[in-house]
Design a protein around this ligand. Structure first.
Ligand code: PLP
Length: 390
């Protein structure tokens, strides 16, 4: 088999073509899907590259390779979900190890960290990473792992990855960044100092709302190997078919992100000027407090945003009933546009007090902006906003 791959292809090329035309058996252009759970030994005491599907699978490994290259890491582990990816890092901690996490992290992440800490598997402390005193007190406790999510969900708060990673390393911690909201097409945390990148590949990487999956990418080869072994120990590997679908979705990641970001910017501008909207949270707006940091550390501003309706809960009800082209659903990152009401959906489990502390009000709506025509999306939102007045 001739290797036609360039020594250092650009990220767009990796996304579109990593593993293409690599089939030694029939010359298939699209990478084949290997479903087999087990592999024949070449002979007595002669295992081949693969022996058993929990430990390794060619289809899953191809996706892992592509993700590691896109994130600039040494290796990656593909898991059955984003939560399984996070737990690969969390479950590997020892009793007493402290994890410093953002107070407004993904709800499932908060639930996982609390559950692990309650059972004594590790300790956890949630801090507002934008408050210097809280952050400094957390770092002074010498955490083993600092978790970063940027932009945050649903208020799109931006964390300066390079600055926080530098301080975390100074305190002896490793740094993990959940890059689900942007994907490596827009933000590459390892280049900014992170030790690990975590993904829910369910979102932008697959991009078609038809797979649950996750991945951890490690900056160092030794760490990547340890994580791969740990995934085999706990059995958290993703299914081959899911990996195959995710690799298929990855082919168009850069094109999708470019168009979805452009649509999101247009939507944010429209909402920002609308009288029925009290406030828009989108790092692409010059008025957003994280705009300068986002402009520096990201290639664009992503396709997630949130906004507050001026008319409170009554307006939320009318808006949701009237809006077009935005489906009322959780999740994000697909080609279709979605709207979610965090207080009653994604962040309902948080409780009213914690929501209030995190700034998630009842009139807040979150949008995942898809690939539809910009004019249709704006017309669909206009219809929802017009209903708020009645
Ligand atoms: C969805 C999500 C997760 C969890 O991923 P699953 O694939 O649903 O398990 C973790 N972090 C963020 C930021 C997410 O959006």
């Amino acid at each position: 088999m001739t290797d036609r791959r360039d020594a250092s292809p650009r990220p767009q090329t990796i996304g579109a073509a990593h593993g293409v035309a690599g089939d030694p058996a029939f010359g298939a252009v699209a990478p084949p899907l290997y479903l087999s759970s087990t592999y024949e030994f070449a002979g007595y005491e002669q295992p081949r590259r693969y022996d058993y599907g929990r430990a390794g699978n060619p289809t899953r490994d191809l996706l892992a390779e592509a993700l590691a290259k896109l994130e600039g890491g040494a290796g990656a582990v593909v898991t059955a979900s984003g939560m399984a990816a996070l737990d690969l890092l969390v479950g590997r901690q020892w009793p007493g190890d402290l994890i410093l996490a953002p107070h407004d992290c993904y709800g499932g992440t908060m639930r996982l960290l609390k559950a692990r800490a309650e059972r004594g598997h590790c300790r956890v402390r949630f801090v507002d990473q934008s408050r210097e005193a809280e952050l400094a007190a957390g770092l002074a406790e010498r955490p083993a792992l600092v978790l970063i999510e940027t932009p945050s969900n649903p208020l799109m708060r931006v964390v300066d990855i390079a600055a926080l990673a530098g301080r975390a390393h100074g305190a002896g911690a490793r740094v993990a960044v959940d890059n689900t909201f942007l994907s490596p097409a827009v933000q590459r945390p390892i280049a900014l100092g992170a030790d690990y990148v975590v993904h829910s590949t369910t979102k932008y990487l697959n991009g078609h709302s038809d797979v649950i999956g996750g991945a951890v990418i490690a900056a160092e080869a030794g760490e990547a190997e340890e994580l791969r072994q740990w995934a085999n120990v706990v059995g958290s590997a993703g299914a081959p078919f899911d990996a195959w679908l995710t690799l298929r979705g990855l082919r168009t990641l850069f094109a999708r992100m470019a168009q979805q970001q452009a649509n999101a910017m247009a939507v944010a501008d429209f909402l920002d000027r609308h009288p029925a909207v009290a406030r828009v949270h989108y790092p692409g707006l010059a008025s957003h407090p994280g705009h300068a940091v986002a402009a520096r550390q990201q290639d664009g501003f992503g396709a997630m945003l949130s906004f507050e309706l001026a008319g409170g809960v009554a307006a939320v009800r009318r808006f949701i009933a009237a809006v077009r082209f935005f489906t009322l659903a959780e999740s994000l990152g697909g080609v279709e546009s979605l709207v979610a009401h965090p207080a009653t959906m994604t962040h309902a489990d948080m409780g009213e007090e914690a929501r209030a502390a995190a700034g998630i009000g009842d009139s807040l709506l979150r949008l995942s902006v898809g690939l539809e025509a910009e004019q249709d999306l704006i017309a669909g939102l206009e219809q929802g906003l017009a209903a708020c007045r009645s």
